[in-house]
Design a binder for this molecule. Sequence first.
Ligand code: GLP
Length: 243
Amino acid sequence: MEVKIFETKEQMGIYAADIIENVMKSKEYPVLGLATGDTPITTYNELIKRYKNGEISFKNVKTYNLDEYVGLPKNDKNSYYTFMHEHLFDKVDIDSENIHIPDGNPADIEKFCREYDREIDDAGGIDIQFLGIGRNGHIGFNEPSDKFTEGTYKVKLTESTIEANKRFFEKESDVPKYAVTMGIKNIMKAREIILMAYGFNKAEAVKNMIEGPVSPSCPASILQNHPNVHVILDKDASSLLKK
Ligand code: GLP
């Protein structure tokens, strides 16, 4: 794991955008794995800026998002579909056919999950996967558990995640209880990974991810076994690390 520590979120976003830009320029048809939440926003802003300056194009880019809430209408203000369009897709030249976000309301969820996995494989796999981290060490919506997950699946969210995400909803009871997420195996198949975290409330998860044992009780710790991970932190998120 390469660990880099920065002063500001903007610097973290520039560094992540540099890595993503390199991948975008190194392939004719790059495949990006994308995340939602506060964490990727400065990176998306930087990518939008570079697109507007004519430095990068999303014309040949395919994207696969990590996760989506189950049960929210696609156009709900809190759906990850809406988030991605507002924070990135509507502001760059991506072809809508190349955007893939898990469907939170499929008729047959099992079938949908297998198709999502197959589509990623058919696209040639993910070249670079962006990840945030939950306060409990989750990546995507892979919650702490007793085993590492495999392909895309429907997950029951933990109390800690519901509590962390309630800030976006009017009341806690409005937060969906289930989500569809790529599994750990999908994430580990990406050729390169960025994991970004800022703020004191991520420090313990970051410590467990980097210094703890590789254990499904901290899903992000599996990244210790991946050959090409960039961990991008601010001082607060890195504050519990030994060195
Ligand atoms: C959510 C998402 C994750 C995200 C995490 C952290 O639950 N499913 O993909 O990384 O929370 O979110 P934030 O970046 O807002 O702290």
